[in-house]
Design a protein around this ligand. Structure first.
Ligand code: AMP
Length: 358
């Protein structure tokens, strides 16, 4: 339904004056920079407080749209302003969290991406179910009432940057930990948690781009996340860790670049194609543009995907001037932000604009 309306609205756009619109957060600067590199107009949508910061980058911004609060994005006057500027909205990791699921999904402005995926992304269980349908390897999942072997990680719904996650060795620890989170008002029920086998290995996050125009998946980069306190605990010898009453936490503070063994790339690319195919079958027309698979690579080089993001991830900010992989595809400095703008331009040239927005 929404897809039809937004495609209608893009028909009224002046395709020679398209603008990339983004909320002022997450990877906005990279997206704006990429759009300007490709000669597109840009719209930065932001709240008052952040105007001074983004004004430092006004060479990247053709138009500011200033709102009082993030959910004002869906106000009629804001939407009509965005349409007047021929805006294609680029959702990033903060988009749904800032404006709320309903506004994010229903906004009557063309979105570069698959808007029906937002709802799936809001639920850890539905996310894992989509990954299972894609046929990629995933960690074992447990119910609260179930006994388990080894270590589990307990995760909460929503994009919280790992906040509130905890590890447990026994069923009772899971129940106790979840009750505490409910008492603290972090979640409202046991339904909001996912209990997953804690996979031993190293984390690796792959930045993909699916191009409906070129019908191909590109690997645009990879990163690992720098998480407090789990990454800091490595600095303390294991024999001393026993003396401290610390539980590892997984709060993301930044991203570190990663270049992978080339022999891993065929499987990583295959996982990317499998994911795209699953979204095309389950949520047609399927994913558009950037997405990320988040994995642990085990010592037998098995790749276990524990999470995905259906939008641009903050790890791509490492590669504003391109990554070792984007260089191989494009032979020019190609960030994910710029790749989005390039796709828009290619779609206009080939009369395929309806294939890249929902
Ligand atoms: P997420 O919010 O799902 O990206 O998870 C936050 C962090 O928890 C990840 O970056 C990993 O360090 C860790 N993690 C999540 N799921 C697993 C898992 N099943 N096994 C091992 N580590 C995990």
């Amino acid at each position: 339904m929404r897809r039809k309306e937004t495609i209608e609205s893009i028909k009224n756009y002046d395709l020679d004056k398209l603008a990339v619109g983004v909320l002022g957060s997450h990877s906005a600067l990279q997206i704006l920079h990429g759009a300007r590199k490709e000669g597109l107009n840009t719209v930065l949508i932001t709240i008052e407080d952040r105007v001074p910061f983004y004004s430092e980058f006004k060479h990247l911004i053709s138009n500011f749209v200033i709102i009082r609060k993030w959910s004002d994005l869906c106000r009629e006057d804001v939407i009509s302003k965005l349409k007047k500027l021929n805006t294609i909205l680029v959702p990033h990791g903060s988009y749904v969290e800032y404006v709320g699921l309903r506004c994010a999904e229903e906004i009557d402005v063309p979105i570069f991406g698959l808007r029906t995926l937002f709802k799936i992304e809001a639920s850890q269980r539905e996310k894992m179910s989509l990954l299972r349908s894609a046929g990629v390897k995933v960690p074992r999942e447990y119910q609260c009432s179930e006994d388990f072997d080894g270590l589990v990680i307990v995760k909460l719904d929503g994009a919280k940057g790992g906040r509130g996650y905890f590890l447990a060795k026994r069923k009772e620890e899971v129940v106790e930990g979840v009750k505490k989170l409910i008492e603290e008002g972090v979640i409202d029920s046991f339904e909001r948690v996912l209990i997953q086998e804690y996979v031993i290995g190293v984390p690796a996050y792959y930045h993909y781009f699916y191009s409906p125009v070129l019908s191909r998946v590109e690997i645009l980069g990879a990163d690992i996340r720098y998480e407090t306190s789990v990454d800091g605990l490595k600095r303390i010898p294991p024999k001393l860790q026993g003396f401290m009453d610390v539980e590892p936490t997984f709060v993301v503070v930044g991203n570190i670049p990663l270049v992978l063994r080339e022999s891993l790339l065929p499987k990583i690319l295959d996982y990317g194609y499998k994911f795209v195919k699953a979204t095309q079958e389950i949520l047609p027309p399927g994913i558009i543009g950037p997405f990320c698979l988040e994995s642990i690579i085990k010592d037998n080089l098995d790749i276990i995907v524990f999470e995905f993001s259906g939008r641009i991830v903050a790890g791509t900010n490492i590669y504003v001037s391109g990554s070792p992989y984007s260089q191989l595809y494009w032979d020019e400095p190609m960030s994910t932000g710029r790749r989005i703008a390039r796709e828009i331009k290619l779609a206009v040239e080939r009369d395929m604009i309806d294939k890249i927005v929902t």
